[in-house]
Design a protein around this ligand. Structure first.
Ligand SMILES: C[S@@+](CC[C@H](N)C(=O)[O-])C[C@H]1O[C@@H](n2cnc3c(N)ncnc32)[C@H](O)[C@@H]1O
Length: 331
């Protein structure tokens, strides 16, 4: 059994040219999703509007990320695979629901890209609420993508089942021309201690120790939300979901560790990154808030690595089927 930090060594972007396949990564953020694909042997080309996220991508990954605001007229190069995390414009049930006509939304752009590039296989990731709160809109998106002749499968995947020490649950939707299978569950789960046990209790002048008024605020928040166990991170289990909000904001929900002397400490950028399965060599650019946002927004690279390997298996199956077909047609 690999240790957690050892398993992060699998995330090597120098593998990116091994399969000869190319993936476009739309709404690429800092490249969490892309890192898993590169490590599996797939070259990536990113598109992202945020300057700092683009700097992070281009300094850590093998592929190049274009800093650009995607729109319905964006022209993309050829690619075998399209992946992405399109932002979904939240709309209330009673509100003005423009669905795919809402120009602030990432999905019309994602669908247009699939129509234009015609990849063998594609994937998008989104928050789990999409299939509950925005069910009608989700169905509209699937119908549209279905009309482009893809077999579409979706699942809610929990990161802790794929080597990531975090109970993050996200929706993954895959469209393919050939058979695709979501990865099987890894029985062993890594814990917070596996991820940050060596750094969690190191205190220096930059450590953010909670003040007594913050402690009181949390106590009030937890009482009001009828929380039985304090929401500090537990070392012996996976962490709760790492988000931009609970990393960057001094809220009642903020991610924190209880120190042996009883004080509590907020997570550092490196601790947040480790819980999201970014290796220590991966450096984030921009202000601390920007770095927290990049981390909280990302698909954990180890989870993406497992998915990318399933993409390769699916495409290899396609190639075998293709050569069989050619042989048959020669007879
Ligand atoms: C959920 S994050 C993507 C995270 C990424 N998949 C990862 O794993 O690191 C969505 C990203 O879309 C970007 N974005 C939103 N609208 C955009 C647009 N029109 N063009 C380019 N990027 C956009 C945001 O800046 C944000 O970084």
């Amino acid at each position: 059994m690999l240790s957690y930090l050892k398993s992060l060594e699998q995330l090597d972007p120098n593998n990116a040219n091994k399969s000869g396949l190319k993936a476009l990564d739309l709404f690429a953020g800092c490249g969490g999703l892309a890192l898993g694909f590169e490590a599996a042997g797939i070259e990536t080309i990113g598109y992202e509007k945020d300057y700092n996220a683009v700097q992070t991508y281009n300094s850590n990954l093998s592929g190049y990320c274009h800093q650009e605001v995607l729109n319905l007229d964006t022209q993309f190069p050829e690619a075998d695979i399209v992946i992405g995390g399109p932002p979904c414009q939240p709309f209330s049930v009673g509100g003005k629901q423009q669905g795919l006509k809402d120009s602030r939304d990432g999905f019309p752009i994602f669908i247009k890209a699939i129509e234009q590039v015609k990849p063998e296989i594609w994937l998008f990731e989104n928050v789990r609420g999409m299939i509950y709160k925005n069910k009608k809109y989700f169905q509209e998106i699937i119908k549209e993508l279905n009309s482009l002749n893809y077999v579409i499968q979706f699942e809610l995947l929990r990161a802790s089942n794929y080597q990531v020490p975090q109970n993050r649950e996200r929706l993954f939707v895959v469209g393919s021309k050939t058979k695709f299978q979501f990865p099987s569950i890894n029985k062993y789960q890594f814990t917070v201690k596996d991820a940050i046990g060596d750094i969690a209790y190191l205190i220096d002048s930059n450590s953010k120790i909670l003040t007594s008024s913050q402690d009181q605020y949390i106590e009030k928040y937890e009482k009001a939300s009828q929380c039985v166990n304090p929401r500090d991170l537990y070392m012996d289990r996976p962490s709760r979901t790492v988000t931009c909000r609970n990393l960057a904001g001094a809220t009642g929900d903020m991610l924190r560790i209880r120190l042996p002397d009883g004080r509590r400490k907020r997570l550092t950028v490196r601790e947040g990154a480790r819980l999201q399965s970014f290796p220590d060599w991966f450096e984030f650019y921009g202000s601390e808030i920007s770095q927290f946002n990049q981390i909280g927004n990302a698909v954990p690279p180890l989870m993406s690595f497992v998915l990318a390997n399933q993409f390769l298996a699916s495409l290899q199956g396609a190639f075998e089927a293709c050569s069989e077909y050619k042989q048959l047609s020669l007879l």
